[in-house]
Structures are given as C-alpha cells and as structure tokens.
Design a protein around this ligand. Structure first.
Ligand code: FAD
Length: 470
C-alpha cells in the first residue's frame, strides 16, 4: 500500500508541495497521492481571486516577479502559460512620499542625481556607498545595514518604503540576511552594492545579443516584471487545487504520534498518516507541536506576524483628474500617514478592470500601525478615501463601483533579528519527529515564488525519504 502523506494547509505552499510530491513520486515509479486538509471552505490561503462588476479582485498578493524559473515551470505544467499576463510597460513609474509630496523613484543613476526622491546630501551619501564601513560581527537589521551603506536619509525613505511594500514591516526589526539575503550576499561578494550593480549590469550586457539593452535591476532588492493571470492570481491556486485531493473545512486541532507515524484530529477529522507536512503559519504549527517538543515549538512560535488590510476600490476613470501613469506609491513610516501605500492596479494589469474604470489597492496597518485594523470597514474606507484624495486627487464625492476591505490578521510573517534561530528550531522539530515536515512562508521566503521554490524542495525530500524506507 502507498504510504499515506497528509499536507495541512491548502495555501500556495501546501498545494505546490502536493504537486511536487505527485510529480517526483510518479517519476520514481512509486506514485503517491497526498491528501490536503484545509481549515477554510476554499483552497488558496492568501491567494484567491474573484470577479465583481467586471473587476478582478485579488484577496492577498497582487503579482509575482519573473525571477524564479520554478514558478514558470509550475505554470507550464498546469497548462496556464497562455493565461499569464505581465505588468503594463507604461506602469513602470513608482512613487514615494517624502515630506508630504509624491516623488518619482529614479530608474537610472542620472535620474537619481537629477530627481528629488532624496535631498542633495542624502543623494551624495548614497554615492559614497563603496567607501562605507564594513559589516559588523553582529546580525544587522535591514535599517542598520542600509544606514551604514547608503546613509540614514536613504534608509528612512527608500528602504523603509521597500520594507513596507514587501513585509508591511519595520526595517529596524527585520534581519538583513533573513529578509533580504541577496543584499547580504552581494555585500559579501562585491564589498559594495554599487560595485555589485555595475558588475551585474556588465555581466548581463555581455550575455545579451549585440544592440539589445540590459533589463534594469536593483542591488538585491526586488527586480523584474510583475506577473499575474487574466483572472487574477487565484487562477494558479484554483488550478493546483483542482488537481489535488483537498479536503476543505478540516481544521487540524491535534497532531498525535502513532507508532512511527501520526494521527491527525479535529472536528470531523480523524486520520492516520505516515508523513505529515505542516504548510500553515508558524503560530499554528507551534500550537500543534508544543506537546511533542516544547522548546523548539516555542522558538518557532516566536516568528512575529504583521496584520494588514487591503482596501480594493474600483471607480469610473472620471473619479480622477488625470490617468494614473505608474505602478503606485509607498509611504515611509516617517511621514506618519494612515495608509502604507497604494497600487494603481488598473494601470499595472488593465485587463483586470472594465473599460473606462480604474482600480486602486490600498494597504493599511502593517507591523507599525496594527491598531488601525481595530477600525470598522467604514472607518478604513473613509481614511483611505481621504488619503487618495490627497495623493491621486480622487474625487471625494465619486461613487465607487466596487469597494472591499480584506483583512489579514497576522497575515505576513516578519523575518526579524534572530530569524535563523527560529528556522533552526523548525529543523530541530523535524529531527525530533521523523516523518514531519515544516513548510510555508514563515521560514524561507515570504513571496509566493519563494513558497513555490521551497515547495519543490520539500516535496522532493518527502518522496526521497519515503522511497529510502522501501
Ligand atoms: C496582503 C498581502 C499581500 C501580499 N502581496 C504579495 C505579493 O504581491 N506578491 C507575493 O509574492 N506575495 C505576496 N504576499 C505573500 C503571499 O501571499 C504569501 O507568502 C503566500 O500566499 C503564503 O502561502 P502559504 O501557503 O505559505 O500560506 P497561507 O496562504 O497562509 O496558507 C496557509 C493555509 O493553511 C490553512 N490552515 C492554517 N491552520 C490550519 C489548521 N490548523 N488546519 C487546517 N488548515 C489550516 C489556512 O486556512 C491557509 O489556507 C502577500 C501577503 C499578504 C497577506
């Protein structure tokens, strides 16, 4: 009889792990069909999409970058390649609020020098980066690293905004090597981010055919083009779920050891398994694993989470004084505003809105403004409309065609200082309980493409260890 493999959690991690297990086991001639238990009625976790009045509404993430081949390989295997859409080229301009004004993020070094995203001294300090002090022995926060290398003004504006956009987080608490491993590696390899950027640009140019221009790239920050699907990111999780054996409305309450395997229990759930993959948030895994290995379970449970709300609003284009010529804007914490920023979703993916309409996705809360999530939907709508009136000139009297507040309490894991200890605790739990695997976005990358890449690693390991047992 084929071994029983159970996955808990049908977010992108759990779903992609199921696909990986099926694929690797079929290739080895020993097919394994895992079962996925999911607490919610619908699979997808943070990634679901629906259509309302012609608007495609993504519940959590809005897109993925094209820097992870495993994501595109998965999409191809699912037969979804022709459903993928890339961000509109005209939506390249990104903005940051500084001293109460939207300022364009420069796309080249001359534009940086001529632009006003930083004051003159701040810009000069960035240029001094190759001469910055070397790395200290102690683990640095993202802010400490940025302040050391590119100066405090850039750390407070540019890096703060980037951390807000990715983690809804506080750069003074996040660990550089855990949250931005590429930046950490670039400093190790080149000794300077500017030198790294020049060297990478040179390599890319060499690899290009004569006459072609190299794609733009930052020094370790997010780069590439954002992608989605014609009907939103939910197309990916729906396709994965339709191929897998997902059991919805199954909330795992208890995980017991039974011989060398496990027994999973919850309301309406009593299931034996040889191997169990937990693709759930760290605080949930902590609760289930405390009875088995208290110390590492508690350490794992120390991974903090930021709560965040997404306010999606669709209007007639006439609600704005002019077209939105860019990707959107982010607001660094120092500006003390009540929103984190807004993605101009209809400029990025015009296919996601009906003709003549616009859609804005505004982020509220995050690590530093979690108290805002205590406000009612109506209050969040009012405060976001007031901010949008200021930043993009939204007509305060305009009637929205759709308006949705989507809340994600404890929604985004924070790779804070000491994250490596918490990942080591996950490894210790796996060692203490053979047959257990820990996955999900709390450990090795928060973006959905990290989840997909890690899922393949986990799936391959489950299959290899199952086959090794004969
Ligand atoms: C607002 C927001 C915006 C984001 N934007 C982006 C973006 O633009 N690009 C990007 O790449 N990433 C983005 N992310 C991150 C990305 O969405 C996540 O990293 C990814 O979706 C996490 O997938 P996961 O499967 O690891 O976890 P989840 O999606 O959280 O899935 C975990 C699943 O486990 C289930 N579960 C939990 N406990 C139990 C239990 N006891 N029993 C059974 N089931 C259980 C849950 O119901 C859930 O379905 C964003 C996240 C948020 C919240």
């Amino acid at each position: 009889m084929a071994p029983k493999v159970v996955i808990v959690g049908a977010g992108i991690s759990g779903l992609a792990i199921a696909e990986s297990i099926e694929r690797h086991s079929a290739a080895a001639g020993r097919p394994i069909r895992p079962v996925i238990f999911e607490a919610e009625p619908e699979a997808g976790g943070k990634i679901t999409s629906h259509k309302e009045q012609g608007f495609v509404i993504d519940s959590g993430p809005h897109g993925f970058l094209d820097k992870e081949p495993k994501m595109f390989e998965l999409i191809e295997r699912l037969g979804l390649s022709d459903r993928v859409i890339g961000a509109n080229k005209e939506a390249e301009n990104r903005f940051i609020v500084r001293q109460g004004r939207l300022r364009k993020l420069p796309s080249s070094p001359p534009a940086f020098l001529a632009g006003d995203v930083l004051p003159l001294l701040g810009k000069l300090r960035v240029l001094w980066e190759p001469f910055a002090k070397g790395r200290p022995d102690a683990e640095e926060s993202v802010w400490q690293f940025a302040a050391r290398r590119i100066g405090k003004p850039a750390a407070d504006v540019l890096i703060d905004a980037m951390v807000t956009g990715i983690y809804g987080g506080d750069p003074k608490k996040l660990s550089l090597p855990a949250a931005f491993p590429r930046m950490f590696e670039l400093e190790t390899q080149y000794g300077s981010l500017i030198k790294a950027q020049l060297a990478i640009a040179k390599q890319k140019k060499k690899a290009l055919p004569a006459g072609a221009s190299a794609p733009k790239g930052g020094a370790g920050g997010p780069t590439g083009t954002l992608h989605s699907f014609q009907e939103g990111l939910g197309e990916l999780t729906r396709a994965l779920a339709s191929r897998a054996e997902v059991r919805p409305k199954m909330n795992l309450a208890q995980l017991e050891r039974e011989g060398s395997g496990f027994r999973l229990k919850g309301p309406g759930l009593d299931q034996a398994a040889d191997r169990v993959v937990l693709a759930i948030p760290a605080f949930e895994a902590e609760r289930l694993l405390l009875p088995h290995a208290e110390a590492p379970a508690r350490t794992l449970g120390q991974i903090p989470y930021a709560s965040i709300a997404v306010l999606v609003a669709g209007y007639r284009a006439s609600a704005l004084p002019r077209p939105l010529d860019g990707f959107g804007f982010l607001i660094p914490n120092g500006e003390a505003r009540s929103i984190l920023g807004t993605i101009w979703a209809s400029s990025v993916f015009p296919i996601h809105v009906p003709e003549g309409a616009i859609m804005l996705r505004t982020m509220i809360g995050g690590e530093r403004r979690a108290e805002l999530l205590e406000k009612s939907d109506d209050e969040l709508i009012q405060l976001s409309r007031a901010e949008l009136a200021q930043w993009v000139g939204l007509d305060p009297k305009a009637e929205p065609l759709v308006e949705k507040v989507i809340r994600w309490p404890r929604g985004i894991p924070q790779y804070s200082l000491g994250h490596a200890t918490r990942v080591a605790a996950a490894d210790a739990l796996e060692a203490a309980l053979p047959g257990l695997y820990l996955a999900g976005n709390a450990l090795r990358g928060v973006a959905m493409l990290n989840c997909v890449a890690d899922a393949d690693r986990v799936g391959a390991r489950v299959v290899a260890e199952t086959l090794a047992q004969g």
